[in-house]
Design a protein around this ligand. Structure first.
Ligand code: NAP
Length: 279
């Protein structure tokens, strides 16, 4: 039987409707500041999508385009000014930054309460401690998808392939947190016999950056498969999962595009609204 398609586009649209209603209830328009350094075409597309999303839900998009050769000092000055700007509720510095700029210093400079991406050490620390805070967008988007499709996590075995601070590690914390209660294994490039691990999993998440890495033989029949990967091949985007073959084995699966990607964008809006409410 073919797996159910987990429709990230549809769930993201529902999240946006919720956020728009939250914005109306605030009676002021939250401001989302985006900072784009240089002219990487993919980053440009990502940022313009995020700005459009913000405007669609009634937020004010405040954009700063900086030249690739800007100094670290100037970048940090801009972030400090956005931290102090009362019209700005959320700040997003689009990564990766051009060579010569320190992304860690940039993220650390963002006021944690305005950290729309949820990547500031204080917010990641709150996640470890299971305290309220702004959560990283992609992992919280994955949790929202699982919740929406009523995929059980309690007592389930989850295997995440990829241990980045952006996706794999925070997602492991969310899935394993009290309330979600999955038992989580995180695999990475040094893990031996990954297929043996993934074959034991009720939920498999691929966040690697390697086209069609996860094949049907690596999946237990009936598992839920979440594909975070985005890989640009010559003519199209593909995920880290061999979608067509895995869909014949899994019970539910996210497509690429149209799965996790739209959720990442939607959760940025959720974080900006949360930040505005908290301020
Ligand atoms: P990353 O920082 O490059 O991390 C990749 C992870 O995969 C690392 O932990 C790495 O292991 C592991 N890995 C690499 N090759 C492997 C292999 N052969 N076997 C097992 N593990 C392997 O990437 P990321 O930022 O997490 O992103 C991962 C993918 O998700 C990318 O395709 C990215 O474009 C995509 N992404 C999508 C969204 C979205 O919204 N859809 C958001 C963020 C990222 P080591 O730690 O040992 O190097």
């Amino acid at each position: 039987m073919r797996a159910q398609i987990i429709d990230g586009k549809a769930v993201a649209a529902a999240v946006k409707v919720e956020v728009a209603s939250g914005v109306r209830a605030l009676r002021r328009s939250p401001g989302l500041a985006t900072v784009l350094v240089g002219d990487d075409p993919a980053s440009r597309v990502y940022v313009s999508g995020k700005r459009r999303d913000a405007e669609e839900v009634g937020m004010v998009s405040i954009h700063h385009q900086l030249p690739a050769d800007i100094s670290q000092e100037k970048l940090l000055e801009l972030i400090a000014a956005l931290n102090d700007d009362a019209k700005v509720d959320g700040i997003l510095v689009q990564l990766p930054l051009p060579n010569g700029l320190d992304p860690e210093a940039a993220v650390n400079a963002i006021e944690p309460g305005k950290d729309a991406d949820g990547l500031h050490p204080q917010n990641l620390g709150r996640l470890v401690l299971n305290q309220p805070g702004l959560r990283p967008c992609t992992p919280s988007g994955v949790m929202r998808l699982l919740d929406h499709y009523e995929v059980a996590t309690r007592g389930q075995r989850a295997v995440i392939v990829g241990r980045s601070f952006l996706v794999g590690r925070p997602l492991a914390l969310l899935l394993g947190a009290r309330g979600s209660d999955a038992t989580v294994t995180v695999a990475h490039s040094q893990t031996r016999e990954i297929a043996e691990l993934t074959r034991t999993a009720d939920i498999v998440v691929a966040a690697i950056g390697s086209p069609r890495f996860l094949t049907a033989e690596m999946i237990k029949p009936g598992a839920t498969v979440i594909d975070v990967g985005v890989n640009r091949l010559e003519d199209r985007l593909v995920g880290d999962v061999d979608f067509e073959a895995v869909a014949e084995v899994a019970s539910a699966i996210t497509p690429v595009p149209g799965g996790v990607g739209p959720m990442t964008r939607a959760m940025l809006l959720v974080n900006t609204l949360t930040a505005a409410r908290t301020r």
